[in-house]
Design a protein around this ligand. Structure first.
Ligand code: MN
Length: 247
């Protein structure tokens, strides 16, 4: 029922877009878990995108990610991406009911006037909403998850090493992602607020986890020591959600 309704709404939005070709419309609703569903349905409320609640306290990830960083990251940085996105979409009313997920997956078909804003600020909104959902202390990978990591990277230690190396090697601001490509996990980095669902992504796949390596994500506590932040990231990774993202 819910899916049919979503698809109806989606088709309605797509019809408004007119010329936009559907690259893979069913993929948008492939997620079955709450987080994936809410991301696929991320769209404006009364014409405006809103800052989603974290679902936990700013201090919940202490001492690995400090409360002040979380608060500024959420209320200032994430909010700023949303504000800029709203501002641009005010001038493109035909996009008002199109899910963000769809706009990112079909970036090349977006009007030139807002394409870059959707990419940078829409990407920022999607990425941060995703990021908050995969953070929690005290979880552990399941046997299934551990097997998948073992099959893809040899062992957990090597996976973490490769992930941290990728994050450290990323010049400037960006993200490190893990995607599931037909049963094999891959580590992908993107610059700025790009991600792996965007139309021009090097590997186009829904991420199962991601780490924000912009300095604003760690500077207050770690200053220039990105390596320390990446090493601490494992303490706040919500493995339950990562596993749910596989489905
Ligand atoms: Mn950020």
């Amino acid at each position: 029922m819910e899916t049919n309704k979503n698809r109806r709404n989606f088709l309605k939005s797509a019809a408004v877009l007119g010329a936009v070709a559907l690259s893979n419309p069913l993929e948008i609703f492939a997620g079955t878990n709450e987080s994936a569903k809410s991301l696929a349905e991320l769209k404006p409320v009364n014409g405006k995108y809103e800052l989603p609640p974290l679902g936990y306290a700013y201090s919940a990830l202490e001492p690995h990610i400090d409360a002040k960083t979380m608060e500024i990251h959420h209320t200032k940085h994430h909010q700023a991406y949303i504000n800029k996105l709203n501002e641009a979409l005010d001038k493109e009313v035909q996009l008002k009911n199109v899910p963000l997920d769809y706009m990112l997956r079909n970036l090349n078909s977006m009007p030139d006037t807002v394409k870059n804003v959707i990419r940078n600020h829409g990407g920022g909104h999607w990425n941060h909403t995703f990021f908050w959902s995969i953070l929690k202390t005290g979880t552990k990978p399941s046997a299934q998850m551990s097997n998948l990591i073992q099959n893809s990277f040899g062992n957990m230690e090597n996976f973490k090493k490769e992930f941290e190396k990728a994050g450290l090697g990323l010049f400037g601001s960006g993200w490190v992602w893990v995607v599931n490509q037909m049963g094999t996990l891959k580590i992908i980095t993107t610059s700025n607020q790009d991600n792996t669902i965007m139309e021009n992504a090097e590997v186009k796949a829904k991420p199962i986890l991601g780490c924000d390596v912009w300095e604003h994500a760690y500077y207050l506590k770690y200053q220039n020591k990105r390596a320390d932040y990446l090493a601490a990231f494992w303490n706040v990774l919500n493995w339950d959600q990562v596993e749910a993202n596989l489905r």
